[in-house]
Design a protein around this ligand. Structure first.
Ligand SMILES: *Cc1c(COP(=O)(O)O)cnc(C)c1O
Length: 394
């Protein structure tokens, strides 16, 4: 057989896109440890500990906190398909790609969906939802906390109050948020939430941490119809992740090792330090990009630290810059999605990837490529601005 990659030897990249992010070396090593069975006493203990660490990360006491054996989109499906029965009313807030995806998932689950929209890059205020809540009388309101397509950081707490006053449940997409910014499931009253392993948790893609509160679980247990998805049915998953440990599906053992180690890494650093680090590297990158005249797409005051979505300067060739970053520097950044295609770069500083070394490496590579394309700027100014920001923090 002629293979174009006869020996598996993937290139070493610096993953500064919207995910997957760079994997922490300890996490990569964890994947290669001995596989045990999915009902082995050792594995069951590991599940318990992972649940404890996930609860601490989500800041929740929710018993039903676990990881779905699939990527972040499966977390979206799992939360939607369990809460929604055919004909139920659901509001979805749409200001980017992932809100749009949630509408599709909800419609496929049989929901009657009301979309509340804002421009890409903007965030929702409680006022934006008032009329829709009164008219649609939804069972569930879905919202994306960190919209990875635009870099917008959605405040959750006030909207949560309004949603609950209207008698609805709040479902939050925290795929990019978790591990990068504070996520307060209990304090904010979030009823169902999901994330993904490959963004700020610095794990490979393949697991989706989720959490349902008691109200959500009661709703699921009192459904009139079976959950449409066998694989994602939370009532059956509760029997595997709960004390009964009833076989449901073969858990991806080695990926669970990876998530376990990733959660340990985060808790060893401490959540506050982890969030502060993400914020500092974001500020340094932003200072550097501003020096080059490059602006953010998300509303000022609502820019995510782990996902820097910026406008591509006039006259600069998008594909050429991203191609050269990859070919010549081994750096991957993200292109714009949907309405932002060709107009936006998405620079991820997620988890282990959120480090001064990456900020400075990226800015210097970008300066070189911009200079080659004739873009006019003050050479070295981005590095000076970023390092000045780091010095301030000492
Ligand atoms: C990445 C992402 C998803 C989808 O996760 P996959 O792991 O790609 O399935 C969903 N929502 C948001 C906000 C994301 O950034």
């Amino acid at each position: 057989m002629t293979l174009s990659t006869p020996t598996l030897n993937p290139p070493i990249r610096t993953l500064l896109g919207p995910g997957p992010s760079d994997i922490h070396p300890r996490v990569l090593q964890a994947i290669g440890k001995n596989t045990v069975g999915h009902l082995d006493p050792y594995y069951l203990q590991l599940m318990d500990d992972s649940q404890k660490m996930l609860r601490a990360l989500f800041r929740t006491e929710n018993r039903m906190t676990f990881s779905v054996s699939a990527t972040g989109s499966a977390g979206m499906e799992a939360t939607v398909v369990n809460l929604i029965e055919p004909g139920d009313s659901m509001i979805v807030c749409v200001n980017g790609v992932f809100g749009t995806r949630m509408v599709d998932v909800a419609e496929r689950a049989g929901a009657s969906v009301t979309k509340v929209e804002r421009l890409w890059g903007e965030v929702f205020t409680p006022d934006d939802l008032k009329d829709a809540l009164a008219q649609a009388k939804p069972k569930v309101v879905g919202i994306v906390m960190a919209e990875t397509s635009t870099g917008a950081w959605q405040p959750i707490e006030e909207i949560s109050k309004l949603v609950h006053d209207a008698g609805a449940m709040l479902l939050v997409d925290a795929v990019t948020a978790l591990g990068g910014v504070p996520v307060e499931v209990d304090k904010w009253g979030i009823d169902a939430i999901y994330s993904g392993s490959q963004k700020c948790l610095s794990c490979p893609p393949g697991l989706a941490p989720v959490s349902f509160n008691e109200r959500a679980m009661e709703t699921i247990l009192s459904r009139k119809t079976k959950v449409q998805s066998w694989y994602l049915d939370a009532t059956m998953l509760a029997n595997y992740w709960g004390s009964d440990r009833v076989y449901h599906h073969t858990a991806p053992i080695n990926m669970s090792y990876a998530l376990y180690e990733a959660l340990q890494v985060i808790h060893e650093e401490g959540l506050e330090s982890c969030f502060t680090r993400h914020m500092l590297n974001h500020h340094a990158l932003k200072a550097g990009l501003s020096a080059l005249g490059i602006e953010y797409t998300a509303q000022e005051g609502h820019q995510l630290p782990m996902l820097n979505a910026v406008r591509i300067p006039e006259g600069v060739d998008d594909a050429r810059v991203r191609g050269d970053l990859l070919k010549r520097f081994g750096i991957e950044i993200g292109s714009g999605l949907g309405a932002f295609k060709g107009k936006v770069w998405r620079i991820g500083l997620m988890g282990y990837g959120s480090r001064p070394a990456n900020v400075l490496l990226f800015l210097s590579a970008l300066e070189q490529l911009l200079a080659e394309q004739g873009y006019v700027f003050d050479h070295g100014s981005s590095i000076a601005a970023a390092t000045a920001r780091y010095s301030e923090s000492l």
